[in-house]
Design a protein around this ligand. Structure first.
Ligand code: DGP
Length: 114
């Protein structure tokens, strides 16, 4: 997508601090970290939100979830992190390219949200 910030990051038009990359998935540090470790994991395919996942594009989402344990291991946070997705503007989604926040490393992380 031409005007999507994360597509621009994938094309190298906006710099990012890469954590992980494979054929289908890209992960990079969030520009505005909400925890000591805050990484965004995205499919390279443009999917605007979790609400747009379908049988046609879900393999990219599966690839994201296969990558997450590898990323966690690489970051040294295995089995100790939170995965968050904001789906829709009203719940705080600000970038409309599907992404999963990986958060770890703060005292707050010990508290349950739900
Ligand atoms: P959300 O609010 O759930 O849509 O999360 C979007 C996240 O994307 C937010 O935590 C900030 C991050 N973000 C926005 N623009 C950029 C950028 O240009 N670079 C990086 N690294 N992160 C960005």
């Amino acid at each position: 997508m031409d005007d999507c910030i994360f597509c621009k990051i994938l094309r190298g038009e906006i710099p990012s601090k890469k954590v992980y990359e494979d054929e289908t998935v890209y992960a990079f540090y969030d520009i505005n970290p909400a925890a000591p470790v805050h990484v965004l994991v995205i499919p390279k395919e443009h999917i605007s939100s979790a609400d747009q996942i379908t049988a046609e594009n879900s393999s990219a989402v599966a690839a994201v979830f296969e990558a997450i344990p590898k990323i966690a291991k690489q970051l040294g946070i295995q089995n100790n992190y939170r995965i968050i997705n904001n789906c829709g503007e009203k719940v705080g989604q600000s970038v409309f390219h599907l992404h999963f926040h990986i958060l770890s490393g703060s005292e707050v992380m010990g508290e349950r949200l739900i």
